[in-house]
Design a protein around this ligand. Structure first.
Ligand code: AHR
Ligand code: AHR
Ligand code: AHR
Length: 485
C-alpha cells in the first residue's frame, strides 16, 4: 500500500496528493508533474515507471537535454484536480512577470528512490506554487491531516516555506485562515528548542511550535537530509510530528489544544493549497519538497505511522548534484566564453565586479590572475560537500558569489547566506562540445552567464535584461582550461 491507500484504509482519505518523485497510490500511473523546457517552450508529463512506482527521472533528462527545464505543474494524484501551478500575486507580488512567483528548476533536487533517479522541487526564494480553487480541502474548523517529505538541510528564515491549506485570495485574511506544515528557522513568530530549523504549523499571522505563541521547548531542531513533517488539525486539537524519512518512526512534538491566542479556535480554514510560500504569497523562503498529501478527517497516529513506514521503504537517498566535465578541488581553472564573437574572453573580475576579459598567454600576470579561479568544495552546508566554490586567484578568501543575481567577487563573511550564494554546481554545457555550465546551488534556474561582457547568475528568460533567452545556451557554456595563473 502507498500513502494514500493507507490514509483511505484509516478512514481519512487524501484529497490532494502531490509528488514529483513517486506515485502516492499503489494503482496510480498517471502524470506526476509537467516540465517546460527553455529551448522551445514545449511541455511534457512525467509519469511513474510503473503503477505505484518511482517517477521516470530519465524521461525528464531526455526531454530537457541541452536546455533548461522548469517544473510547471505538480499534478494532484487524488483525482480531485487539485494541481499546483505557478503561484499568482497575492498580498505580495512574486518576482516573475505580472507578480507571479518563479517556477522551480527541474534539476535542483536530484535523488534516488530505491536506486532509481528522480527529482524533487527545489524552492528558492521567489518560487511558489498554489491552487486557489482546490476542491474537497478542509474549510472552517473541519479536520484535516497532512504530511510532506522535505530536505531538512535546505531552509532559511524567510517567510514561509509552507505546504498545506491557505487563503483562496492569496491575501492575509486573519488568524486561523491557514493550516500548513512550515519548515525553517524563522523566529518572527514561533520557535522550538535549539537554533532550528523546526517543523511548525503556519496558522496565519503565526508559526506555531506548540500551544504557546512564542517558544515551545518540546519542538526540537530537526534537520534530517530526508525529513517527514506532519501537521494535523481538527476542532480544538492539532499536532506536530516528525521523523527521519530514511529510517525509523515518527515522534510527536505536540498534540493538544489549539494555541492560546485569539482567532485560532475555531479555525477559519479556506481550502486553497500553497507550496513554498506564505498564505499572502510571501516569497522569502527556501526549501525542498519531495512528496506530500492533504487528507479529509484527522488521521490517527497509527495511520501516520504506517505512512512513515511506507516512506522509509521507498528508500530516499541522495544523488549527485554535479555532472559533466570534472573540476578538481584545489586546481586553478579559467573559463572561456564560447559564444561566437566572444571566444577570446574569459570569466574574470575587476575588483568586486565580474566580467569577461580578453586574456591570452602573453597577458600581464595581474590580468591572468584576474581570470583564474581556485576550485574549492562548495561552501554551502546543504550542498553536502558536492558542488564548488570559486576562490579568486589574486584574492585568497574572496569568492565568486551572486548578489541580486549579478556575479561579484567578495570576501567571505562566513555567513550561511554568503556560503550559499557562493556555491555553484556544474553540468555538461547546454551547448555541448565538452563545455561546462555552472548553476547557482541556491537558484538552480540560474547559471554563470556573460551578458554585454558582464557576469550574471541568469535564468533562461526572465525579468532581468541579463535573463534574455537569445544566445542563452551559448552564453552559459564555458570551455574549462587550466588556470592562466
Ligand atoms: O503566519 C505567517 C505568515 O504571516 C503567513 O504565511 C502569511 O500569510 C503572513 O504574512
Ligand atoms: O543573488 C540573489 C540574492 O540577492 C542573493 O541570494 C542574496 O544574497 C541577495 O539578496
Ligand atoms: O556578453 C556578450 C554578449 O552580450 C552575449 O553573448 C549576449 O547575450 C549579450 O548581448
Amino acid at each position: 500500500a502507498a500513502p494514500c491507500d493507507i490514509y483511505a484504509s484509516g478512514g481519512t482519505p487524501c484529497v490532494a496528493a502531490h509528488s514529483t518523485t513517486r506515485a502516492l497510490y499503489s494503482a496510480f500511473n498517471g502524470a506526476l508533474y509537467q516540465v517546460k523546457r527553455g529551448s522551445d517552450g514545449a511541455t511534457t508529463d512525467i509519469k511513474p515507471l510503473a503503477a505505484g512506482g518511482v517517477a521516470n527521472g530519465p524521461a525528464q533528462d531526455t526531454f530537457c537535454a541541452g536546455t533548461t527545464c522548469l517544473i510547471s505543474v505538480i499534478y494532484d494524484q487524488s483525482g480531485r484536480g487539485n494541481h499546483l501551478t505557478q503561484a499568482p500575486p497575492g498580498g505580495f507580488q512574486g518576482p516573475e512577470a505580472n507578480g507571479y512567483d518563479n517556477l522551480a528548476s527541474g534539476i535542483g533536487a536530484p535523488l534516488t528512490l530505491n536506486g532509481q533517479k528522480a527529482y524533487g522541487v527545489f524552492v528558492s526564494p521567489g518560487t511558489g506554487y498554489r491552487n486557489n480553487n482546490a476542491k474537497g480541502i478542509a474549510v472552517r474548523d473541519e479536520a484535516e491531516g497532512m504530511y510532506a517529505v522535505l530536505d531538512g538541510t535546505h531552509y532559511n528564515n524567510g517567510c514561509c516555506f509552507d505546504y498545506g491549506n491557505a487563503e483562496t485570495s492569496g491575501r492575509d485574511t486573519g488568524n486561523g485562515h491557514m493550516e500548513t506544515i512550515y519548515f525553517g528557522d524563522n523566529t518572527v513568530w514561533g520557535s522550538g528548542a535549539g537554533a532550528g530549523p523546526w517543523i511548525m504549523a503556519d496558522l496565519e499571522n503565526g508559526l506555531f511550535s506548540g500551544p504557546n505563541v512564542k517558544n515551545n521547548a518540546g519542538d526540537p531542531s530537526i534537520s534530517h537530509r530526508f525529513l517527514t513533517a506532519i501537521v494535523k488539525g481538527g476542532p480544538n486539537k492539532w499536532a506536530i510530528r516528525g521523523a527521519n524519512a530514511a529510517s525509523g518512526g515518527l515522534s510527536t512534538y505536540y498534540s493538544g489544544a489549539r494555541p492560546n491566542a485569539a482567532g485560532y479556535n475555531p479555525m477559519s480554514k479556506e481550502g486553497a493549497i500553497v507550496l513554498g510560500i506564505g498564505g499572502d504569497n510571501s516569497v522569502g523562503a527556501q526549501g525542498t519538497f519531495y512528496e506530500g498529501v492533504m487528507t479529509t478527517g484527522y488521521p490517527s497516529d497509527a495511520t501516520e505511522n504506517a505512512v512513515q513506514a511506507d516512506i522509509v521503504a521507498a528508500k530516499y537517498a541522495i544523488a549527485p548534484l554535479t555532472s559533466g566535465p570534472a573540476l578538481s578541488v584545489g586546481s586553478s581553472v579559467s573559463l572561456r566564453a564560447t559564444t561566437s564573437g566572444y571566444t577570446t574572453r574569459y570569466l574574470a573580475h575587476t575588483g568586486a565586479t565580474v566580467n569577461t576579459q580578453v586574456v591570452s598567454s602573453s597577458s600581464a600576470t595581474a590580468l591572468k590572475q584576474q581570470a583564474s579561479w581556485t576550485v574549492r568544495t562548495g561552501l554551502a552546508t546543504a550542498s553536502g560537500g558536492q558542488c564548488f566554490s570559486f576562490e579568486a586567484r589574486d584574492a585568497p578568501g574572496s569568492y565568486l558569489r551572486h548578489y541580486n543575481f549579478e556575479l561579484r567577487v567578495a570576501n567571505s563573511d562566513g555567513s550561511k547566506q554568503f556560503r550559499e550564494d557562493a556555491t555553484f554546481c556544474t553540468q555538461a554545457g547546454l551547448s555541448g562540445s565538452g563545455t561546462v555550465s555552472v548553476r547557482a546551488w541556491g537558484f538552480p534556474t540560474r547559471y554563470f552567464r556573460h551578458y554585454n561582457n558582464g557576469g550574471y547568475a541568469a535564468s533562461n528568460g526572465g525579468v532581468h535584461t541579463f535573463d534574455a533567452a537569445g544566445s542563452f545556451s551559448d552564453d552559459v557554456s564555458w570551455a574549462v582550461a587550466t588556470g592562466f595563473a
